[in-house]
Design a protein around this ligand. Structure first.
Ligand SMILES: [Zn+2]
Length: 377
């Protein structure tokens, strides 16, 4: 193993999720098991502090989601802030490395009069703004990927990176964000050092609420962090984002997935039917890590038609439409997406009407009592 960024060979595994299937590939329901699996481990470079994927596994094309309201609002806010800093102006040029997840800011930027250049090909030029929306983390070779982005900057140009920082992952115990095909888990201290190696200075990091804490980072030659950004870098250092011992807490959180399995076994012993909701990417390693099969988790409901009729990777749990989930009359429905309880209660009232209960992962399973009984105490 050599660091994907600084090429140093010193480092250690800080999170080991064992053998995991590719999270982006959901087979048709009924496709026989086993699915192909490969080791999923996070390695921390002792030299530059970049947490990264240890192995290159076959990465499947990730399913493109539609731009959710949260993602759209994030794009609007971030572009508004960049415009407020004078970085988005008519006549200026932009190159965007858009996201394999589907996010793009291009129409927002050209809508404000910027001229879009292509990131590759002969028509490519150097741009005043080089924007990367989760593109970087999909690159196995982080050093050459960052160099490519820096080389596209016109003199005085600004690099803009949107990323989920390792600080958020560590603070919230989001071990399930370790995924095949996501090669780099940047923290601000590691990114600051890498940018300097490429001749840029970290200028500003702004935190947004999306996914628990999304950062939009700007960097350019000769810049130094402003006071707020310095504070964010210090916060991440205090969290221990480059410290193998502190990052080891993610392993502890991951091992807690077994608690979900124990709880499901108790529910089954009590004669209750349990289903899940939200076939999101983060649910895949959770279901696999907990070793769940359809005898413990009857089905996972999901509103996106593209996922219905498929099954969760690595297990025989089918993905069904919300109406089919309700038709199972589950006694418990585990929410795999945080913050959705109110929305799901409103969208699927038949679950509680039939005596079922929603369950949130907190991270231990917690059964929600119906609103009406809360209101009456
Ligand atoms: Zn390194």
């Amino acid at each position: 193993m050599r660091c994907r960024s600084c090429r140093d060979a010193r480092g250690e595994i800080v999170l080991d999720l064992g053998e995991q299937p590719p999270w982006g590939h959901m087979p048709a329901a009924g496709t026989p098991l086993p699915d192909p699996v490969s080791p999923l481990r996070m390695w921390l470079c002792a030299a530059c502090g970049l947490a990264q994927l240890e192995t290159d596994a076959d990465a499947f094309a990730e399913p493109l989601g539609v731009e959710s309201r949260e993602v759209a609002e994030q794009g609007d806010r971030a572009v508004e802030h960049l415009a407020g800093e004078g970085l988005v102006r008519p006549g200026r040029t932009v190159v965007e490395f858009d996201s394999p997840h589907g996010e793009t800011w291009l129409s927002r930027l050209t809508g404000r009069g910027m001229e879009a250049l292509r990131p590759d090909g002969r028509a490519a030029g150097r741009a005043d703004l080089v924007v990367d929306l989760y593109g970087l983390l999909h690159e196995p070779d982080q050093d050459s990927a960052l160099r490519r982005r820096v080389e596209l900057l016109a003199p005085g140009g600004t690099l803009v990176l949107q990323l989920l920082t390792l600080g958020t992952v560590l603070r919230d115990g989001q071990w399930y964000d370790l995924r095949h095909g996501h090669y780099a888990y940047w923290s601000l201290p590691a990114l600051d050092a890498a940018l300097r190696r490429h001749g840029l200075g970290l200028h500003r990091a702004r935190r947004y609420p999306m996914a628990g804490g999304t950062l939009v980072v700007t960097a350019r030659a000769g810049a130094a962090p402003d006071d707020d950004t310095r504070r964010l870098v210090d916060e991440e250092n205090e969290l221990g984002v480059t410290d193998p011992v502190r990052l080891g807490r993610l392993q502890h959180s991951a091992d807690g997935a077994r608690d979900l399995r124990d709880w499901l076994e108790d529910e089954r012993a009590a004669g209750r039917t349990v289903a899940g909701y939200g076939a999101a990417s983060r649910a895949v390693p959770l279901v696999c890590r907990a070793g769940l099969r359809a005898d413990l988790l009857a089905a996972v409901g999901d509103a996106s038609p593209g996922k219905q009729g498929l099954r969760m990777p690595g297990t025989d749990v089918p993905i069904v439409a919300p109406a089919d989930l309700a038709a199972l009359r589950p006694d418990r429905v585990v929410l795999f997406l945080p913050g959705l309880a109110a929305e799901m209660r409103a969208a699927l009232p038949e679950i509680e009407h039939a005596g079922g209960r929603w369950v949130v992962l907190d991270p231990a399973p917690r059964v929600l009592e119906p609103e009406s009984s809360l209101a009456t105490g």
